[in-house]
Design a protein around this ligand. Structure first.
Ligand code: A3P
Length: 298
């Protein structure tokens, strides 16, 4: 676990972008044909929706609340990111790494419903879907993609590209709406970042039922809530990065952009009035066919 394959050390954005289209297609096909297991759980989100937070929670629930292992090992190792496609030191990529994981596997993806492994839908595998309001997602994505040099420019331009589906993983609304409409299916657990901020305890209780694991006892619940708090998780990430010697140059600041503010409504003091208006109109237009508004979801 020397972390030498971690994306922050290599320039993974250049690497990903330089992958040939044909290779990307092969990978898409491999993901589509990925063999699932009955005990698999997928954490699916649009990027920057609080994936890491939910993964940490779900991993602990699936692993008998083993806080020591959680603290001692980077989430990347415990819960693979299926489409990330980085090779580990032995040369295997994340799809192969997913195949080699021991059960129960917790697999992360930002892919939209139709690009996920086909068997999820055929076999009814469990999906935890976490959504976050689009303005905070935009702001968080902007800082993150800038930090990892996948995107350069100002926030207003980023918003333009986001609402025009030119940023990776967009279209945002079709991603969220697909899962929102499936929210009552037995294999779908739908939650929002806002709900986790409002009442994490309740999300934990709901999730225990969904995962069919015992309820968390009161004393342990406090430990769990503490472990999942923004400050603790930020500290853990920093410590692990110290261990992995990522404290030098900009790698550390990249991680500051990863565990950034951790609040609901950071867009309020970051987005311009024009950008807010543009996003409100885009949201209204995107949701009108479904007869819902943003506040029905968040
Ligand atoms: P901000 O950039 O708004 O701070 P993802 O894991 O999907 O990439 O999402 C990252 C976002 O979730 C960041 O949002 C990050 O700060 C926030 N986040 C991560 N852990 C969190 C926690 N324990 N509590 C609250 N927010 C958290």
């Amino acid at each position: 676990l020397d972390g030498s394959w971690l994306p922050l050390k290599q320039d993974w954005s250049t690497r990903w972008c330089s992958l040939q289209e044909s290779y990307k297609e092969v990978c898409a096909q491999r993901i589509h044909n990925f063999e699932t297991r009955e005990s698999d759980v997928f954490v699916v989100t649009f990027m920057k929706s609080g994936t890491t937070w939910m993964q940490e929670l779900a991993w602990l629930l699936l692993n008998q609340l083993d806080f020591n292992s959680a603290k001692g090992s980077f989430l990347y190792y415990r819960s693979q990111f299926i489409e990330f496609l980085m090779n580990d030191p032995s040369g295997i990529d994340t799809i192969t790494a997913c195949e080699k994981m021991i059960s129960p596997r917790l697999i992360k993806s930002h892919l939209p419903a139709q690009l996920l492994p086909r068997e999820i839908w055929q076999e009814g595998r469990k999906i935890i879907y976490l959504a976050r309001n689009p303005k905070d997602v935009v702001v968080s994505s902007y800082h993150f993609l800038n930090a990892i040099t996948l995107w350069k420019g100002d926030l207003d331009t980023f918003v333009d590209e986001f609402v025009n589906d030119q940023i990776c993983y967009t279209s945002y609304w079709s991603h969220v709406i697909d899962f929102w409409r499936m929210r009552n299916e037995p294999n779908i657990f739908f939650a929002t970042y806002e709900e986790m901020k409002r009442d994490l305890r309740n999300v934990i209780e709901r999730l225990c039922k969904f995962l069919a694991v015992p309820n968390v006892e009161e004393e342990i619940m406090n430990q769990l809530l503490h472990h999942l708090s923004f400050d603790t998780m930020k500290g853990c990430f920093r410590e692990i990065l110290y261990d992995l010697k990522y404290t030098h140059n900009n790698h550390n600041s990249n991680f500051r952009k990863f565990m950034r503010r951790g609040i609901v409504g950071s867009y309020k003091d970051e987005l311009s009035a024009v950008a807010k208006e543009k996003m409100d109109k885009w949201t209204k237009d995107s949701l009108k066919d479904y007869g819902i508004t943003e506040s029905d979801i968040f």
